[in-house]
Design a protein around this ligand. Structure first.
Ligand code: SF4
Length: 176
C-alpha cells in the first residue's frame, strides 16, 4: 500500500517559528474580528486563506515575495489572537514575517515603497506640511471621485482599487 500525502508545503513549517499556525481549525473567528478583513473582504488576500491566518499562511505556503504585502496589512491590534480558540499567536508571526522581509529573507520590500513611506513619515510628522498635502490631495483626487468613491486610482495607486473602492480624502479639516 502506498500512502501519498499532499500537504502543500505545510510540513516545511514543522519545528520552525511558524509551526503554531498549523494548529488552525479554520473556524474563521479571526477573520470576523479583524478590522482589516472586515473592510477589505476575502478577495483582496489573493489566496485560499484570508484574514489574519491567511496573512501568515499564504506567504509561507505560496511565496513570501508574491504575498509580501499580506503581513503588512495588519494593525497588530491582537484581536485575532484573543478570539482564536487555540490561541494561535498571529500578531507574533505577522511581526516575524515583517522582520524577515526587512532583513531580506527573501527581500520583499520594494525600494519605491520604502521611499514612499519615508516621505509619508516626514510629511505626517509635520502638521503644516500634512495639512498642505491634504489640500493638494483633495484637488488632485477630483477627476477620480465618482459618487463619493474612487473606483479607479491612477498609476502606482491602481492596485489599491483592484478589489475595493477607495474613500476619497474627507472634505472636512480638523479644527485647531
Ligand atoms: S481563529 Fe484561530 S483557529 Fe480560527 S481561523 Fe483564525 S487562526 Fe484558525
Amino acid at each position: 500500500m502506498h500512502l501519498v500525502i499532499l500537504d502543500n508545503g505545510r510540513s516545511q513549517l514543522l519545528g520552525g517559528e511558524f509551526e503554531e499556525s498549523l494548529q488552525c481549525l479554520r473556524c474563521g473567528a479571526c477573520l470576523n474580528v479583524c478590522p482589516v478583513y472586515r473592510v477589505l473582504g476575502g478577495h483582496a488576500y489573493g489566496g485560499v486563506y484570508s484574514g489574519p491566518i491567511g496573512a501568515v499562511q499564504t506567504p509561507l505556503l505560496q511565496g513570501a515575495i508574491d504575498y509580501a504585502d499580506l503581513p503588512q496589512a495588519s494593525t497588530l491590534c491582537g484581536a485575532c489572537k484573543d478570539v482564536c480558540p487555540v490561541q494561535i499567536d498571529l500578531p507574533r508571526m505577522l511581526l516575524a514575517l515583517r522582520r524577515r522581509g526587512a532583513e531580506g529573507q527573501p527581500r520583499t520590500t520594494k525600494w519605491g515603497e520604502t521611499a514612499a513611506f519615508k516621505a509619508y513619515s516626514q510629511v505626517a510628522s509635520q502638521p503644516n506640511l500634512y495639512q498642505m498635502a491634504l489640500k493638494m490631495g483633495r484637488v488632485a483626487q477630483k477627476p477620480f471621485v465618482k459618487n463619493g468613491r474612487i473606483s479607479q486610482a491612477p498609476g502606482p495607486l491602481k492596485g489599491w482599487t483592484n478589489q475595493r473602492n477607495l474613500p476619497p480624502i474627507a472634505p472636512k479639516e480638523r479644527k485647531k
